[in-house]
Design a protein around this ligand. Structure first.
Ligand code: PMP
Length: 362
């Protein structure tokens, strides 16, 4: 019962063992309060100390400037697909979307309900395996913002640097690479991320927004979708996802204790390199379709040359306690999600398994 698997799921995803153990130790009676975090008033001093520390630690991790607000919201990154245009645009405002995978495409489609978005680049015809050269982007000078998804979870395509919006604001869905490496927050107007990949359980969505962008929501905007309401109330306008925020706080503490995001990035690079090398050195037995320079450090999609062996690969890996390696239903094959909390040992075990499997079947 003590034994855990290596969980390569794309999200909800594996969490750090020490964080889970700490949460377990504090579950029944949080730090002498006589109750669990799930039972606390969100307006009591105990929970206030939890959410304030979570925010302070996140600010330290990402070096978030003072003129940015940090919001802990609900509704997943999917709600942000609507909330962003509702708050940053009027119905006839143009905005630009660079679509490097299915999540960027979903964000674009939702924005069509609230403003006039245009896809200025799409990787769809190349099956979402690359990222455009930024100089070639034909941005609308009047676009209210430029939207990107910095890491496409399904296709495994990750931005290493970021385009500069012509006349406006860079907005980024960082759901699947949030806090996996240092980011210059000042380059962005708004960053958003569902917590359930790198920093916590599902149910918490983090928004980092430049304060001067807050307060311009369209009139029809529901109260829960107005950044101003949440910013003015320090994410406590209504009952927030208290336990999830607490868990994110424990993860932030752990990332700081590891030495911050520069150290975290080093570990992530090392893990990703091990898997990509195994793929590239397999003489075509394993394949990763993504253009090398933009391969994700977080989600590694790969296929087998002998595709009829893929089901067996997934089944055999699961027998060895490496689970959730099946690729997304839209692309097939395999996908290894190796977020912050995936230990090096998990990746080493997977790579050893890949080599064995190849030796058996080549
Ligand atoms: N954007 C990206 C990049 C994602 O990976 C996901 C979830 N897989 C979403 C958005 C949607 O997030 P949620 O399920 O939290 O709404």
């Amino acid at each position: 019962p003590e034994e855990r698997v290596f969980n390569f799921a794309a999200g909800p995803a594996t969490l750090p063992a020490n964080v889970l153990k700490k949460a377990q130790a504090e579950l029944y009676n949080w730090r002498g309060s006589g109750m669990s975090v799930m039972e606390m008033s969100h307006r009591g001093k105990e929970f206030l100390s939890i959410i304030q520390k979570a925010e302070a630690d996140l600010r330290a991790l990402l070096d978030i400037p003072e003129d940015y607000a940090v919001l802990f919201l609900q509704g997943g990154a999917t709600t942000q697909f609507a909330m962003i245009p509702l708050n940053l645009c009027k119905p006839d405002d143009p905005v630009d979307y660079v679509v490097t995978g299915s999540w960027g495409d979903k964000a674009f489609k939702e924005a069509q309900k609230f403003c006039m978005p245009k896809v200025i680049w799409s990787g769809k015809s190349e099956k979402y395996t690359n990222i455009p050269a930024f100089e070639s982007l034909e941005q609308n000078p009047d676009a209210k913002y430029l939207h990107i998804c910095t890491n496409e979870t399904i296709h495994g395509v990750e931005f290493n640097d970021y385009p500069t919006p012509k006349n406006g604001i860079l907005v980024a869905d960082m759901s699947s690479n949030f806090c996996s490496k240092p980011v210059d927050v000042s380059k962005f107007g708004l960053i958003y991320a569902g917590a359930q990949k790198n920093v916590g359980p599902s149910g918490v969505t983090i928004v980092i927004i430049k304060k001067d962008l807050i307060g311009n929501a369209q009139e029809i905007t529901p109260v829960m979708l107005d950044y101003k309401i949440h910013a003015e109330n320090n994410s406590l306008y209504n009952t927030p996802p208290c336990y999830g925020i607490y868990m994110c706080g424990l993860v932030f503490e752990d990332l700081l204790a590891q030495g911050g995001l520069t150290e975290v990035e080093k570990k992530n690079k090392k893990k990703a390199e091990l898997i990509y090398n195994a793929i590239d050195e397999s003489n075509g037995f394993y394949r990763c379709p993504v253009e090398k320079s933009v391969r994700s450090l977080m989600n590694v999609p790969f296929t087998l040359e002998k595709s009829d062996l893929e089901a067996e690969f997934i089944k055999e890996a699961a027998k060895e306690k490496m689970v959730q390696l099946k690729g997304h239903r839209s692309v097939g094959g395999m996908r290894a999600s190796i977020y912050n909390a995936m230990p090096l040992a998990g990746v080493e075990k997977l790579v050893a398994f890949m080599k064995d499997f190849q030796a058996k079947h080549a």
